[in-house]
Design a protein around this ligand. Structure first.
Ligand code: SAM
Length: 356
């Protein structure tokens, strides 16, 4: 029965949209498998392949590959030529799916999906009871995935585009200054800074033990000794006074249990004339500004991790969409006299310079 204000076409369009979303959700598991098992990389190297070829090249079961390829052809990630029964990863799809070094590599996002979904039943319980899910309850796989998800930003933008927007910082680091990455995770940003500024002393602190272990291993793999970079487990709301010329946070403040104490501790830890660069999610605090795929992803990730790990400890639970207004408020309350959004466009990151 048609109700007043009920638009049949709109209902039809919404059903189609929902069906597309259901299909994409199931298919995301296939992309996860393709990334995990190196199938996209094998296809990028191979050009056109039959299922049998692909099975030989990857050492994987032919029957599984045939089904997987079906899903990829249906999703138009991979092309199929029925005449030759061959499958091809189009050249335009290689960078996002198979090239770990590309700035547009996205397949790692699917590695991050599963460890978020695993905790969804616990998050649902928190909707009922309050509280949250503690960081220690997430599988280690999440932190490995986070490293891969954020790596393209640090490899391609941090030293090449972001730091040059802060010329005073660059000259201090060239002159042997001290830099600290707060909430460094697996350390990639700090490692990039240490590599670019051999005279600087670089530190990375995180309260998550597993991440610091990964960061130390990454520094060793990069050939950086403790004279160049040092990673420690630390709660950064208690940083030492007047110690660093440059402090960074990358996607940390919105996750923090006590973001105000964190920003105040960072100000206290800067030497006179020092700079804090806060990198936060490039999103508005107004839900009506976030009606986009990015908004959809970030509210979901926030519910599944960022807000929820903070609430688990009775924290502020700011969430990933805290926006510039909240960043300004935290800076002002901590006593920073200068706040500027750097004129840098990045789909995921908004960068703020805090001084004084
Ligand atoms: C979303 S992760 C980002 C990790 C890393 N900056 C990156 O970009 O890959 C946020 C990190 O902040 C850390 N963190 C949050 N609050 C902290 C605090 N008070 N002291 C130290 N680390 C903190 C968490 O343990 C987590 O590793």
């Amino acid at each position: 029965m048609a109700e007043a204000g009920f638009n049949k076409e709109k209902a039809q369009r919404f059903l189609q949209q929902l069906m597309k979303d259901v299909a994409a959700s199931f298919h995301s598991a296939m992309t996860y498998i393709g990334d995990r098992l190196g199938i996209f990389k094998a296809m990028a190297a191979a050009g056109a392949v039959t299922v049998e070829d692909l099975a030989r090249r990857t050492g994987l079961q032919e029957r599984y590959l045939r089904e997987w390829l079906g899903s990829m052809v249906a999703a138009q990630y991979i092309n199929y030529d029925p005449k030759s029964a061959t499958y091809t990863l189009p050249p335009e799809h290689v960078a996002p799916l198979a090239d770990e070094d590309s700035p547009v590599f996205l397949a790692s996002m699917f590695a991050g999906l599963l460890p978020h979904l695993i905790v969804a039943p616990k998050v649902a319980e928190a909707f009922r009871t309050g509280g949250g899910v503690a960081q220690s309850e997430y599988p280690q796989e999440l932190f490995a995935a986070m490293e891969r998800m954020t790596a393209p930003m640090y490899k391609h933008y941090l030293v090449q585009q972001w730091l040059p927007a802060l010329p005073e910082v660059v000259s201090k680091l060239r002159g042997g200054g001290a830099a600290l990455d707060v909430g460094c995770g697996s350390g990639l940003a700090a490692i990039k800074i240490a590599e670019a500024f051999p005279q600087a002393r670089v530190f990375g602190f995180d309260r998550h033990v597993g991440s610091i272990e990964r960061a130390r291993a990454n520094a060793r793999a990069a050939g950086l000794g403790e004279n160049r970079i040092r990673f420690d487990v630390a709660d950064c709301t208690q940083l030492p006074h007047s110690t660093f010329d440059f402090i960074t946070t990358f996607e940390v403040v919105h996750d923090a249990v006590d973001p105000q104490a964190l920003v105040a501790s960072i100000r206290n830890a800067l030497r006179p004339g020092g700079t804090y660069m806060m990198a936060e999610v490039n999103a508005s605090a107004r839900v009506e500004d976030n009606i986009s795929p990015m908004g959809r992803m970030l509210y979901s990730a926030s519910t599944l991790y960022c807000m929820t790990t903070s609430l688990a400890e009775g924290g502020a639970g700011l969430g990933a969409a805290m926006g510039e207004v909240k960043a300004r408020e935290l800076a002002a309350n901590a006593g920073f006299g200068h706040f500027r959004r750097l004129p840098i466009e990045h789909p995921f990151a908004a960068l703020y310079e805090l001084r004084g």
